[in-house]
Design a protein around this ligand. Sequence first.
Ligand code: NAD
Ligand code: DAU
Length: 355
Amino acid sequence: MILVTGGAGFIGANFVLDWLAQSDEGLINLDKLTYAGNRENLAALAGDPRHIFVHGDIGDRQLTSRLLSQHQPRAIINFAAESHVDRSIHGPEDFIQTNIVGTFHLLEAVRGYWSSLRDDARQGFRFLHVSTDEVYGSLAREEAAFSETHRYEPNSPYSASKAASDHLVRAYHHTYGLPVLTTNCSNNYGPYHFPEKLIPLMIVNALAGKPLPVYGDGQQIRDWLYVRDHCSAIRRVLDAGRPGETYNVGGWNEKPNLEIVHTVCALLDELRPRADGKPYREQISYVTDRPGHDRRYAIDARKIERELGWKPAETFATGIRKTVQWYLENQDWVRNVQSGVYRAWVEKNYGARQP
Ligand code: NAD
Ligand code: DAU
């Protein structure tokens, strides 16, 4: 079996659901269930013996060591992290604790377990660390997309903490020979995306008749990838990636934020028109920019395509339509994640931003 961390979050839950839809290999899902972790994302697996959910922290070395020796997984996929840039600006400490200290403790537990394995199991073992393109910093409009050799230049507490975790993972390979793989992926979107991030926030606010808060001039560029394509890339890297290597994963879909918001509005105009017949884009409101806002990310995904034959299956047009439809069909899920804690976050992040 495999061990997945953070498998109740957005990408982790999509990964777990896809994994068990395609394979009978079981998995242990270790998740702390922070505000971003939601067992409802995994409701389809209720009673499935292939899925063992464990509520716990990657930083709890006793717990992870026990899980490893009890279940003897052949691989670990580390999704667990604090993942939201704006939250890292308001309060970086959780990011340091989970993304850096937590990853360190997990690596130590894994090193102990891996060292105890027989030769063949040691060689076949993999630790796959899921990281982000944000570790590379920000690109000017004319600069080439991030390749795997681009220098690390993280700009937010979030990206700095992810960069630190990437370095730790790399060092455990270089120093101890731990067979690690790292993926650095661009912006994901799709089902189960928590509505603090751009795309789900815009869908949810639009339907609720609330303002659509665009930071700054809305011309920041992100490279969007449908989440299930990210999951297929991770499976491919786990199967065939070379230990010690990093693979950039992206959708070749660079778009300014304002265009994303316009696309979401146009889809909602078509699929769920406003009662007053007016276009949703009338709800757009320009608000104070994110401090230190990275201007552009773009992923050069040629290495994973060349070496491992991976390419995304969705275009942005197909993926965003599926996403908007999913939110329209899962309004209960949306209501359930909009707890008091969620509302407090919205007030904290948007209350002080001037329109
Ligand atoms: P998310 O915030 O939706 O989910 C994170 C999950 O990790 C949650 O279920 C949470 O409960 C769990 N978690 C947090 N701290 C934990 C801890 N200490 N121990 C155990 N579990 C813990 O995040 P996501 O968007 O699904 O991102 C998953 C991973 O992918 C992260 O490492 C992130 O940096 C990376 N990533 C995300 C994107 C993106 O666009 N969302 C893109 C590239 C890389
Ligand atoms: O690039 C990969 C990264 O993508 C991941 O590592 C992160 O975990 C993930 O959260 C995401 O980071 P971003 O900061 O790019 O995502 P976010 O959805 O927060 O914002 C996307 C863009 O939209 C960014 O330029 C900020 C802008 N934005 C965001 C919000 C929430 C707005 O204009 N208004 C908003 O209300």
